[in-house]
Design a protein around this ligand. Structure first.
Ligand SMILES: [Ca+2]
Ligand SMILES: [Ca+2]
Ligand SMILES: [Ca+2]
Ligand SMILES: [Ca+2]
Length: 341
């Protein structure tokens, strides 16, 4: 019996077996490939047979095949070429979430002789997720009395990608009243506040609509937005204003009690209780005038209440107040001139 000679068919087989075992014994680690997530079916991941030292002619006999742990079948080995290709969708976010590194660990088997190889396929992130805010509309209610420099916390956006594809920058639509203050915390997370830079005025602009945009660092970049709806709450910062500074009325004497002399009217730019007006005679109006005229607190109607006698008094000057629950007053002079008899 003669030993197989190197160069003959048996010799080649022996040599290859030795080389494969040597590679395995050296503990050279798994074969490593990488492929971007969401690559189309059929995309080449690696020339597996070639990298394992198998020749095209022996692929069928040695049955190169994948063994999956966990039942995934998103990669396959092509029988004809021994190439490792994408078979179905690889979604990095689904496979690995926010992990910095995402890899599939496969076992590759060949027969004759039976060998097991380890293969690691790194799934690379692509920028396929836009930043998302927790809500589409963020409502804030800010009293118009808040001072410039006041701050209001906002929620940041999230991005399902990793690395630069999830690195967000923020921008606020132009506003003369508000600016954005983004702070990077020690743990690299971000927090964000809306800063008031100019005193609000509900009477001028009762509601502000701003758009906050988050942009990731991917190429191309993706954006997400949230609408900020800021309702300015009223404070009682406007006094009632009469429609005229002076009301002039000419009356005949001996008018019946209850006769309407005039209806004064004041308005207030505030809202709700801050614009509710009460009319009254000024506290300095003399008693004899108060005995002659009466005023309706709610309507501002001034009516005759006592006797008008031209000979006794031919002109009256009455100061009337409009009061909006203590905030302010307006008190026009109300000359009531009696005509010649
Ligand atoms: Ca992204
Ligand atoms: Ca991604
Ligand atoms: Ca008011
Ligand atoms: Ca106001």
């Amino acid at each position: 019996m003669s030993a197989p000679r190197l160069g003959g068919p048996a010799g080649r087989q022996l040599l290859r077996l030795v080389l494969l075992q040597a590679a395995w014994a050296a503990g050279s680690g798994p074969l490593q490939y990488s492929v971007p997530e969401e690559a189309k079916a059929g995309t080449l991941v690696g020339r597996l047979a070639q990298d394992l030292g198998l020749e095209a002619g022996e692929l069928a006999a040695r049955r190169l095949r994948l063994v999956w742990k966990g039942g995934r079948d998103s990669l396959e080995v092509k029988a004809e070429s021994g190439a490792l290709v994408v078979q179905s969708r690889l979604d990095r976010e689904e496979l690995c979430g926010q992990s910095a590194r995402c890899a599939l660990h496969l076992e590759v088997l060949v027969d004759k002789p039976l060998r097991v190889f380890h293969v690691e396929v790194e799934i690379q992130d692509i920028n396929d997720n836009a930043p998302v805010f927790p809500i589409k509309e963020h409502h804030l209610r800010i009293p118009e009395s808040r001072l410039p420099g006041s701050r209001f916390p906002l929620e940041v956006a999230s991005d399902a990608d990793i690395g630069i594809n999830a690195l967000l920058s923020y921008k606020l639509s132009p506003s003369e009243y508000f600016s954005l203050d983004v702070v990077t915390n020690e743990d690299q997370s971000k927090s964000m506040e809306l800063a008031l830079k100019k005193q609000l005025d509900r009477e001028e602009t009762p509601v502000h609509h701003l758009l906050l945009t988050a942009t990731d660092g991917g190429k191309p970049e993706l954006t997400g937005t949230v609408e900020l709806v800021i309702t300015v709450l009223d404070v009682n910062d406007n006094a009632p204003v009469f429609s005229q500074a002076v009301y002039r009325v000419h009356l005949r004497e001996n008018l019946e009690n209850g006769t309407l002399v005039i209806k004064v009217n004041a308005t207030d730019e505030d809202e709700g209780i801050n614009k509710e007006i009460q009319y009254s005679f000024h506290s300095l109006v003399p008693e004899n005038i108060k005995a002659t005229f009466g005023i309706d607190q709610g309507t501002g109607e001034v009516r005759v209440k006592g006797k008008l006698d031209y000979e006794e008094m031919n002109s009256y000057e009455i100061r009337i107040e409009a009061n909006d629950n203590e905030s302010g007053k307006d008190d026009p002079i109300f000359p009531c001139v009696m005509p010649e008899a």
